[in-house]
Design a protein around this ligand. Structure first.
Ligand code: SF4
Length: 322
């Protein structure tokens, strides 16, 4: 069965490199960040050792996921260059990099485009109301600024992943507004390859108290998203945040078709390990679905890439099951 067969559910065999956990934002639901200056950045030598160790483990995507250095910090350019160098290194090892490091300046985005087959940024929610609650100490979560990123990604022809974070104080009307916004920006540029529907799941280091997103409602969000977004945008759900097989299968029936990057650790949700892909394949079979690996770039965007990246992508595409 191929990734574009109607019964296939895709996932990206992935490994995450974290340039730094330091972040100048303080989202109250975060289980990732440490304070600026409290973390040694990942060196290229360390990254090389990590990539060497996973060379023959079936990994395709290297997700470069970072906390944010303030845009006006003197260390911002060193941070960006480290991220660029990690992408370059991953390519040298034969992997396909996908970078998600928070909002970027236009020129920063253009630079990272040279070493990434796709990039991503969660829009989360468009409502500015969250700037008074979970995002009151997180300037990067200004929805207008994040929407600007989606616009620039389209202008730069970067295949892009975005998504909604659910259960952070938004309403059902906010889901609709955010999904409609994504549909509009995609209509202009055609660059949104997938939308993640991510239920906030409480972790042990966040400051926000209370329950996470009620997973029973996820099928409702999938249904709404499938109605609002154009069919060429794939809906992604994270299997490690969906506790029961029946809820996962219900979301697939409602239109989700991708399970995202599966690797040794979910850095954003460290309390929720990813299921092993064999176990996931078995669960899917119970619903008549088949798990298929995919690349971090969808085929319709291959021609958007710089030529050297196209060559790397085509080599991987030739190796995927047809
Ligand atoms: S969720 Fe992201 S932006 Fe917010 S504090 Fe954590 S690492 Fe920083």
């Amino acid at each position: 069965m191929t990734p574009d067969s109607p019964l296939s559910i895709t996932y990206s065999p992935a490994y995450t490199l974290v340039p730094t956990y330091e972040c100048f934002n303080r989202c109250t639901y975060c289980n990732f960040r440490v304070d600026p200056g409290q973390d040694d950045w990942l060196t290229l030598t360390q990254a090389e050792q990590l990539l060497q160790a996973i060379r023959s483990q079936g990994v395709i995507e290297i997700l470069i996921l970072s906390g944010e250095v303030h845009p006006r910090s003197a260390r911002r350019s060193a941070w960006l260059e480290r991220i660029y160098a990690l992408g370059e290194l991953a390519l040298q090892f034969g992997f396909l990099p996908h970078t998600n490091v928070g909002p970027l300046q236009y020129q920063e985005m253009a630079r990272l485009r040279q070493v990434n087959v796709s990039m991503g940024l969660m829009l989360e929610q468009m409502t500015p109301a969250l700037l008074k609650t979970v995002h009151r100490a997180a300037p990067s979560k200004d929805p207008a600024w994040r929407l600007q990123q989606l616009q620039w990604a389209g202008e730069l022809r970067i295949p892009f992943t975005t998504g909604l974070l659910l259960g952070i104080g938004e309403t059902a009307a906010d889901w609709v507004e955010t999904l409609e916004t994504i549909a509009q920006v995609h209509q202009q540029w055609g660059h949104i390859q997938e939308v993640i529907l991510q239920p906030h799941s409480p972790g042990t280091t966040q400051s926000m108290q209370g329950e996470g997103f009620p997973i029973a409602q996820l099928v409702q969000v999938v249904t709404i998203a499938r109605q609002i977004l154009p069919p060429e945008i794939t809906l992604q759900i994270p299997p490690n945040l969906i506790p029961s097989a029946s809820q996962l299968l219900d979301c697939l029936t409602a239109g989700a078709r991708d399970l995202g990057g599966i690797g040794p650790k979910d850095e954003v949700n460290p309390n929720y390990p990813h299921p092993h892909d064999a176990a996931l394949a078995y669960t899917l079979q119970q619903g008549g679905w088949q798990l298929c690996p995919r690349l971090p770039i969808y085929p319709q965007y291959d021609a958007w890439l710089p030529v050297s990246l196209q060559t790397a992508v085509h080599q991987w595409r030739d190796r995927l099951p047809r």
